[in-house]
Design a protein around this ligand. Structure first.
Ligand SMILES: Nc1nc2c(c(=O)[nH]1)N[C@H]1C(S)=C(S)[C@@H](COP(=O)(O)OP(=O)(O)OC[C@H]3O[C@@H](n4cnc5c(=O)[nH]c(N)nc54)[C@H](O)[C@@H]3O)O[C@H]1N2
Ligand SMILES: Nc1nc2c(c(=O)[nH]1)N[C@H]1C(S)=C(S)[C@@H](COP(=O)(O)OP(=O)(O)OC[C@H]3O[C@@H](n4cnc5c(=O)[nH]c(N)nc54)[C@H](O)[C@@H]3O)O[C@H]1N2
Ligand code: SF4
Ligand SMILES: [Mo]
Length: 875
């Protein structure tokens, strides 16, 4: 396939046929309205437009993007015929084998056509009827989320937006705006205060390097082939079957088939554990520290009584702070983990019996786990990050690393200790192929202030105030700078679903109603869009020239355009150019090349591990290719032609177990710690870490004084203790007796896909309840349940499980909030509507140990989500 045909366009085709197959049919819908009305009929109408049976004749397979933050990064091919997707498949570019696996996608990926061609795509720029530029009364902010919409032209949308942005800029300067993650347009146009959150990696976000781990503890577990050499793989707070669908799950299945035994430590006997027939250690969410301390206690006890459990040689050579004889030079406190665990300081040995009331793990299971971590077992201690998205989980990174070190599970084949996250889950090592850079101009936000996300809503509502400038980027911490912020009057939403995915959504909605202007670029009526004033319709990746993504160490995906932009939607770059022009600025400051040129740069800059051990160009590009693409560039020699790279959908590095590209995390450090020191002050694994403690303490968040520079049990600001009336475990239960967590859920990638009817039909979005708890509350399967938390209330139907610990309630992450304005109850069961703004310690977003109550709802029962109307604004 020639490069120029990668984008199959609708030009010259029957527009009618295109409309039939795509959801652009929505354009014919009746009156302009808020979104709650017409749609289901439209969906039905859509279904009726059955396509002819000889679908494939004349169709072209196009590698199509699956661009979501879902942990997969898979191949997703669509057959395009006359601008319409008529078939969809995944990777079949080669025979599937364990060594050379196809990069297969999941069911969500197959529903992608309902993203691009969804009946609910926003087709035109929209303006909230009651809003006018000028601020104050003009903005009529209280109507956000309730008002009607009107279609406006692009010219009008850009003019109104720029007029208001200029006004706010002139009056308040760049801190007059807020955007969680600003892009080049915002940086150049006006700047903004940005939000900071610990999201994915929880407390590993802060100073993992200071304790000697890689940033966020990612990259030091072993290559996938080595997993077969383990005897045990511990999946700590890890559910790749849901959170890393696609290839990662396949690696775990292979290990299972090779005879590896799996152990899961999790409040739920999750889908991965079931698939891998794992032994289940049920731990109450947010209480892992108690379980881990007791495990350390048992390892020490068993070592003393039976021997051969603790790897003292490893601890002594590679760590500091485990015992009094191996303290780091910079320690300000002469305390250590071993003495704490054995009760030297507080007279309380951290025995399994001490831990049980907190974490709920039967003592004999702690002992069993301590044996599995023993030094003579080949054990992988892999973790995901649910357990560090908890209040009070600040020291879990140090403790988990300490357990790994106690068993000596680093630097050797069959042993590992580290993060198993997202698309690289189960497969670490240097990349063997990488995607090139699109080479866009570097832009800088004129405001360096990054404020904790929930604190921002308060700042907006209070018209400014004192904040701690924590960081201006996600993983770029510095000592906090006290900063005074003035009023924030404008909010931009770009490629985050901020109002949906940040905690304290209720305050977020109020904050959105308090400002003068909310501008959102959206594909659908997302939560951000619902509470906006102007919505600019943005394309999906399927409607752009294409791109290259590094998916995992062995695979780069090259995806191409599937269709022309739907409706009047434009790409983010096109919108950025219009906005900058509207502001009287030079768009080239943000975008100086075409999107096709950027795609080309990504291809040209893609690299492959060469025989020399250096990364070399991956794709062969000829002068003819450059002329055909109409881009600037130079010919180069690689291992695959440009045409094949684009047609195949990228390149997969062919692996074999003995190819020399295997990887054992920490191997170089363990072989020669002097020559290969870790990034910590001592160069070793710091079980006691002064630097990380000092950085944390400098934030001066509430409760920091409870922590020590080494792992101890700390009562969180909100957590299991808060489910009791007087905060003491074992006492009378309080108003919110359950402990809630937010599994990342199959139906969605965060908030994305929640609108997709096929997926709504495939997976309900229930609340997970333990059977005994449900019985006590008189709740039966399918009943509508009212979930009440201090911050808000939501509804969901009950899914009653035997595989969830008693006292634990699971509210899946990412449902699009749907507030009943009369009752203030959210019908959709949005996780963040139930979560408040409290934080302590290092300021972690405690998604997984919030408190709640559940009861049978006595109002109207919920209809299944798949029967809810889609949010369609039609013109
Ligand atoms: N309570 C609770 N909250 C959580 C979590 C939790 O476990 N519990 N998890 C947290 C975690 S780990 C994460 S990573 C965050 C994720 O938080 P977000 O990154 O905010 O989540 P997404 O839903 O992926 O948001 C992506 C948005 O970008 C839009 N989009 C997609 N493509 C384009 C495009 O090309 N252009 C534009 N302009 N927009 C586009 C999508 O429609 C979607 O609205 O959520 C966090 N929030
Ligand atoms: N389908 C889908 N896949 C996704 C995403 C998505 O939204 N949807 N999001 C992606 C992103 S950005 C991220 S960050 C990852 C998140 O990936 P994960 O961190 O793996 O996701 P979670 O489901 O939050 O948590 C994993 C497991 O931890 C358990 N758990 C929760 N709290 C605790 C606790 O306190 N202690 C212990 N021991 N276990 C606990 C949960 O029961 C769950 O089985 O997923 C990625 N993949
Ligand atoms: S796991 Fe993610 S990238 Fe892979 S097919 Fe599913 S949605 Fe797409
Ligand atoms: Mo994440």
């Amino acid at each position: 396939m020639g490069a120029h045909d990668i984008g199959v366009s609708t030009k010259g085709l029957s527009r009618r046929q295109f409309l039939k197959a795509s959801a652009a049919v929505a354009a014919s819908a009746a009156a302009l309205s808020t979104f709650g009305c017409a749609p289901q009929a439209k969906v039905e109408e859509n279904k009726e437009h059955a396509l002819p049976t000889n679908l494939e004749e004349g169709g072209t397979w196009v590698p199509a993007a699956c661009w979501h933050n879902c942990g997969g990064r898979c191949v997703n091919k669509v057959m395009v015929k006359e601008g319409v997707v008529v078939r969809q498949k995944t990777d079949d570019s080669h025979e599937d084998s364990a060594e050379y696996p196809q990069q297969r996608g999941c069911v969500r990926g197959k529903a992608q056509q309902q993203q691009c061609f969804g009946a609910d795509r926003i087709l035109h720029p929209l303006k909230r009827k009651g809003w006018q530029p000028g601020g104050g009364e003009n903005s009529n902010g209280a109507m956000r989320g309730k008002d009607e919409w009107e279609v406006i032209s692009w010219d009008e949308a850009i003019e109104l937006s720029c007029q208001e942005i200029k006004r706010i800029s002139d009056e308040y300067g760049p801190t007059g705006f807020y955007c969680k993650s600003p892009d080049a347009t915002i940086n150049v146009m006006c700047g903004c205060v940005r939000g900071w959150d610990t999201t994915s990696h929880g407390t590993y976000t802060l100073g993992s390097d200071m304790i000697g781990l890689p940033g966020t503890d990612i990259g030091k577990a072993n290559d996938r082939f080595d997993m077969m050499n383990a005897e045990y793989v511990v999946m700590y707070s890890s559910n790749p079957t849901w959170s890393a669908a696609g290839t990662p799950t396949y690696y775990f299945i292979q290990a299972k088939e090779a005879g590896v035994k799996f152990v899961t430590v999790d409040p739920m006997y999750n889908a991965s554990a079931q698939m891998l027939d794992a032994d289940w250690i049920p731990v109450r969410n947010g209480t892992d520290m108690a379980f881990m301390l007791a495990t350390a206690y048992e390892m020490l006890r068993l070592d003393e009584e039976e021997g051969d459990i603790v790897d003292w040689d490893f601890l002594n050579a590679y760590t500091v702070g485990f015992d009094a004889d191996h303290m780091p030079d910079d320690a300000k406190l002469s305390e250590n983990l071993k003495d704490y665990v054995q009760g030297v300081y507080d007279g309380t040995p951290k025995t399994p019996e001490w831990a049980e009331p907190i974490c709920g793990v039967p003592p004999e299971q702690v002992t069993e786990f301590a044996r599995i971590l023993g030094k003579n077992n080949k054990t992988y201690l892999l973790h995901n990050y649910g357990m560090v998205r908890c209040n009070g989980s600040e020291m879990i990174p140090q403790m988990l690393m300490a357990l790994g070190a106690m068993g000596g599970h680093m630097g050797k084949s069959g042993h590992a200790c580290g993060g198993a996250y997202h698309a690289n889950c189960g497969n670490y090592g240097p990349n063997l192929v990488t995607a090139g850079n699109a080479k866009k101009p570097k832009t800088t936000n004129p405001v360096s202030t990054g404020v904790r996300q929930p604190q921002l809503y308060d700042i907006i509502l209070e018209g400014g105030g004192e904040v701690l400038d924590v960081s201006n980027s996600y993983a770029n911490f510095h000592e906090p700078i006290p900063t005074t912020l003035g009023p924030i009057k404008g909010i931009f939403h770009v490629t985050d679903a901020t109002l949906q995915t940040s905690l304290h959504q209720k305050a977020g909605i109020e904050a959105h109603r308090a400002v003068d202007f909310v501008l959102t670029r959206a594909q659908f009526m997302t939560t951000n869009a619902v509470y906006s004033d102007i919505i600019l319709p943005v394309t999906t990746e399927w409607e752009r020239p294409g791109g290259v993504t590094t998916c995992n160490r062995e695979f780069v995906y090259c995806y191409s355009k599937v269709t022309d932009p739907i409706g009047e939607s434009k790409t983010d770059q096109e919108i950025g150019v219009l906005l900058l022009e509207g502001m009287g600025m030079d768009p080239a400051l943000a975008y100086d090349t075409s999107e096709t040129q950027q795609f080309f740069e990504q291809i040209a800059g893609s690299k492959i591990m060469g025989k020399s051990g250096e990364m070399e160009p991956l794709v062969t590009i000829t002068d003819a290719d450059i002329a055909e693409w109409g881009v600037e560039g130079e010919a180069q020699e690689g291992v695959i032609s440009l045409a094949d790279f684009v047609a195949n959908g990228g390149y997969q590095f062919k692996r074999t177990p003995d190819d020399g590209y295997g990887f054992i995390g920490y191997e170089d450090f363990v072989t020669d710690p002097e020559a290969n020191p870790l990034p910590s002050a001592s160069g070793k694994l710091e079980i006691y870490c002064q630097a990380r403690y000092d950085l944390m303490a400098s934030f001066q968040y509430d409760g920091i004084e409870q922590f020590k520079p080494y792992p101890t049990y700390v009562v969180p600001c909100v957590g299991y203790e808060s489910t009791f009336k007087d905060g003491a475990i074992g006492g009378e239960k309080g108003e919110y007796p359950y402990i809630m967590y937010n599994p990342h859920y199959l139906r969605r990638s965060h908030s994305v896909f929640d609108n997709c009817p096929w997926l709504r039909e495939t997976w309900a979005n229930p609340v997970f309840l333990n059977r005994q708890d449900a019985k006590e509350k008189g709740i039966e399967e399918g009943d509508t349940v009212l979930i009440s938390a201090p911050a808000g209330q939501g509804l969901r139907t009950a899914a009653i499980l035997d595989i969830l610990m008693p006292g634990v309630v699971g509210v899946p992450h990412g449902a699009w909030v749907d507030v009943d304005e009369k009752t203030g109850i959210d019908r959709a069961g949005s996780d963040n509507y139930l979560i408040g703004a409290q934080y302590g310690g290092m300021g972690v977003s405690g998604y997984n140990n919030q408190i709640c109550n559940v009861e049978k709802y006595d109002g109207e029962a919920l209809a299944p989500d798949c029967d809810w109307p889609q949010r369609i604004v039609s013109a």
